[in-house]
Design a binder for this molecule. Structure first.
Ligand code: ADP
Length: 458
């Protein structure tokens, strides 16, 4: 349509302008002939002298044949004195162009009906008095026939263009629509829950790019869904274990007769510790959910990191002491971070707590604070059991424990490092671990330094 309509409009405009030009040329030509003939008639006493008229009529006949127009000569009463086609001679005719010419106005007119052109010019005698009029009548068919021919050709041409462009547009849009349809049907399938759907990728154009982006998105969604399923299954499993223990403990007391009070006490203590365990898991889960939803509002203030680490070490000192583990703190530089002290402190506590937990008796846990121009580094090094290379990234996952049975005995929920990771991210920081099995681990937390100019002594 974009190609076809302009072509039709152009065709129409071109033919109108062409016919106007041709008509104008024809009109000027006819008008100048009328003037010349009127001149000849006026100068020669044609209207008054019969013998001259007969002589000139022969000339007029010849001119009429040569130029394919009819010549009519009128006297000043609008009576036709001579007609080269001999039809009107002797008749008085009321022709507007002749009447105009008799009143001194040379007139040309095109009668569109029948394509006839009239050109009238007044005949004047030597005294410049109007004594009659000459009317030339000509068909302008020869003007319109080639125009109609050109018009027809242009219409054929437009029709061919229409067919070709339709074919071309159909082909090209097919090239675009097919990949779009394929992505669209994949999107629809996906929205119905089929997350394993992928689209076929052909070529290297934008559609291939879109298909590729879609496939990456589908993969990520599938991964999120898988993680979610794993998470739900882990939560159920983690909660089921203490519940089963409680069930076993309760039933074994119920089934016994005459249970001594000490046994009751012992069983109740066990039940109580299982309940504590469940409470820990649920509390950790709630913290994680809040961190995930970014519901926690962080109360950012400049925090003296050295002081914070010192407090953490002091808190853990009694537990470390029980295992004969030495906790050392070293402050390489006095550093401040913009942080929520409570949240950051509990996140770092998790790491130091783990260091003590996973280090055998007699080991060393070392905590340091350092900084470069932009960031501060908190390093927690232990001489513990260490973490194998392929486990190192996984330990920040939810419910991930390297050694399922041993780690459960240590009392952890498997959520500690996940909470720490989420908290550090909320502080625009990062966390990584370097470790060797049976040699020890180093956790490095990087945080942006507090920008000077704000109140750093808060
Ligand atoms: P948990 O509550 O079980 O300690 P975490 O999320 O804190 O869970 O830690 C995940 C797992 O990472 C732990 O179960 C343990 O296997 C491993 N881990 C964490 N810190 C250390 C460490 N300092 N040394 C060795 N292993 C560690």
């Amino acid at each position: 349509m974009i190609g076809f309509f302009p072509l039709i409009i152009f065709t129409a405009a071109a033919s109108v302008s062409m016919s106007n030009t041709f008509i104008k040329i024809r009109r000027d030509n006819l008008s100048s002939h009328a003037i010349v003939i009127a001149g000849t008639v006026g100068r020669s006493n044609y209207l008054t002298d019969e013998s001259i008229r007969l002589l000139i009529d022969t000339d007029l006949d010849e001119k009429s044949r040569e130029n394919s127009y009819r010549i009519l000569v009128f006297d000043n009463m609008s009576a036709c004195v001579s007609d080269t086609s001999k039809l009107e001679t002797g008749k008085t005719l009321v022709i507007p162009e002749v009447i105009n010419a008799l009143s001194g106005i040379d007139t040309q007119n095109l009668q569109t009906f029948g394509n006839i052109m009239y050109a009238a010019s007044s005949v004047k005698n030597d005294m410049s008095q109007i004594t009659g009029a000459v009317l030339l009548v000509s068909s302008v068919d020869e003007v319109f026939t080639p125009i109609a021919d050109i018009e027809q050709r242009l219409i054929y041409f437009a029709a061919i263009i229409l067919v070709l462009t339709t074919g071309f547009v159909y082909f090209v849009s097919g090239q675009y629509i097919t990949p779009l349809r394929s992505v669209m049907s994949a999107v629809i399938k996906m929205s119905q829950g089929h997350l394993n759907i992928r689209t076929k990728i052909k070529g290297r154009d934008e559609f291939a790019e879109m298909g590729r982006a879609f496939n990456v998105m589908a993969e990520e969604l599938e991964l999120v869904e898988k993680t979610r399923e794993e998470f739900v299954s882990n939560v159920s499993h983690e909660l089921k274990t203490p519940l089963s223990s409680i069930k076993v403990l309760t039933e074994s007391i119920l089934l016994q007769i005459d249970v001594p009070p000490e046994t009751y006490m012992e069983f109740l203590l066990d039940i109580n510790s299982e309940i504590d365990r469940m409470t820990n898991i649920i509390n950790d889960l709630l913290s994680l959910v809040k961190l995930d939803r970014r519901e926690v509002t962080l109360d950012f203030k400049p925090v003296d990191i050295g002081y914070m680490l010192m407090e953490i070490c002091k808190r853990l000192f009694p537990i470390a002491h029980r295992k004969n583990i030495h906790i050392a703190f070293e402050e390489m530089k006095k550093v401040y971070a913009d942080a929520d002290e409570m949240k950051l402190s509990s996140a770092i506590s998790n790491i130091v707590d783990n260091a003590v937990k996973y280090t055998p008796e007699g080991g060393v846990v070392k905590v340091t604070a350092d900084a470069d121009n932009q960031n501060l580094f908190i390093t927690i090094t232990d001489t513990g059991v260490g973490i194998s290379e392929d486990e190192q990234q996984k330990i920040f996952g939810r419910f991930y424990r390297v050694d399922k049975t041993r780690d459960r005995q240590t009392g952890g929920t498997g959520l500690g490092l996940a909470i720490t990771h989420a908290t550090v991210l909320l502080h625009n920081g990062s966390i990584r671990v370097v470790s060797r099995e049976n040699e020890g681990s180093t956790f490095i937390v990087t945080l942006p330094l507090h920008q000077k100019g704000e109140n750093a002594n808060a």
